[in-house]
Design a protein around this ligand. Structure first.
Ligand code: HEC
Ligand code: HEC
Length: 304
């Protein structure tokens, strides 16, 4: 808050409190005694309205609330930029609540600290914890069912951009990933060449396309795309180059989507979660994600 606003708030608050005190004092004065303690209003010939001060108990309660509010404003932050002498801040309260929750969870998490991820994935408690970590941190991008969306990979399939063994998934979560496909419009040549290449890419996943166009596209694919996506189109996990032969698309399988990628490149970014969720939650969620494409065989679960 700027100083001007701070002064504004302090002034307004002070005027309010002083105003309340004045109002109480004013209305509780004994009446001047000049008349017979009535307002002068008369009904039905002889009903008179008294003008009595407010009851003492009510006034005292009011004074107590004012004293309380002054004490509150001295102890807690409330008066503009004045931080209060109690040292309370909402951030500190949040941290305390978080530390308390962490302390409560620590013994539960301790079991999973060194447990192999495959084993966590067969443990009902581990899976439940992993699922809740996912819901809180990953579902916004990958969807609550982990099936992804355009630009956000499906995590339930057994095809992986960066690799699907438990330790690789953990590395992806801890350190993040940045898939970079540069734009290739200039290298490919004209519009037709770009479409032919896209058509060939479609043919890789078994789609029926014009054989002529695909053959022309293959020549360009072999010149440019093969380096990362492989001769057979199955991709390269070291580069994060996706498998183009499956029916699982991050950006879509339409001609427009593939052409867009060739024209503008692709820059998928998975943020590093090491500092956000810490190592144990990362293991738990890695186990849950791994379990999606490696469901336990019957009787595999070590239910407690
Ligand atoms: C801000 C959005 C975002 C959040 C949050 C996010 N991810 Fe991702 N994630 C992505 C994107 C985008 C990619 C694809 C990266 C690429 O293109 O190389 C990705 C990739 C991945 C991959 C690699 C998939 C593969 O095929 O190799 C895994 C595993 C993954 N995320 C798991 C998680 C988990 C678990 C969480 C929660 C702890 C999470 N992600 C949170 C956006 C996100
Ligand atoms: C330098 C390595 C590299 C080259 C060369 C390359 N790509 Fe890629 N490609 C990638 C990477 C990495 C991604 C993933 C981008 C991301 O994670 O956002 C990708 C993504 C794609 C996708 C999206 C797949 C999906 O699941 O939606 C298509 C389609 C694609 N590339 C086609 C091509 C074509 C066609 C060429 C040749 C013109 C080509 N790539 C050349 C690295 C490359």
């Amino acid at each position: 808050m700027s100083n001007a606003w701070s002064i504004y708030v302090i002034t307004l608050t002070t005027i309010m409190i002083v105003g309340c005190v004045w109002l109480l004092w004013y209305t509780s004065r004994p009446t001047d005694g000049s008349a017979d303690e009535t307002t002068g209003h008369v009904w039905d010939g002889d009903l008179r309205e008294y003008n009595k001060p407010l009851p003492r108990w009510w006034l005292n309660l009011f004074y107590i609330t004012i004293i309380f509010s002054i004490g509150y404003l001295i102890w807690y932050p409330g008066l503009g930029n004045f931080a209060g002498i109690g040292g309370w801040t909402s951030a500190k309260q949040h941290d305390e609540a978080r530390d308390e929750a962490e302390a409560r969870l620590a013994p539960i998490f301790a079991r999973f600290e060194t447990m192999p991820i495959e084993q966590i994935a067969r443990d009902d408690d581990g899976l439940a914890l992993g699922r809740s970590v996912f819901a809180n941190n990953c579902a916004t991008c990958h969807g609550s069912d982990a099936r992804g969306a355009i630009g956000f990979p499906n995590l339930t399939s057994s095809r992986w951009q960066w690799g699907g063994d438990p330790e690789t998934i953990l590395t992806t979560i801890l350190d993040g990933r940045h898939g970079i496909m540069p734009p290739f419009a200039a290298a490919i040549g004209d519009e037709l060449a770009m479409t032919e290449t896209a058509v060939y890419v479609q043919s890789l996943s078994g789609r029926r396309v014009s054989a002529e166009m695909a053959a022309a596209g293959k020549r360009r694919y072999d010149m440019i795309c093969l380096a990362c996506h492989g001769a057979d189109g199955t991709g390269n996990p070291a580069l994060g180059a996706p498998d183009l032969t499956d029916d699982d698309w991050v950006y879509g399988s339409s001609l427009e989507a593939i052409r867009y990628g060739i024209l503008h490149g692709r820059q998928g970014q998975m943020p590093a979660h090491r500092d956000i969720i810490g190592p144990i939650r990362a293991r738990l969620v890695a186990a849950w994600v791994w379990s999606l494409s490696n469901p336990p065989a019957d009787g595999d679960n070590v239910a407690p």
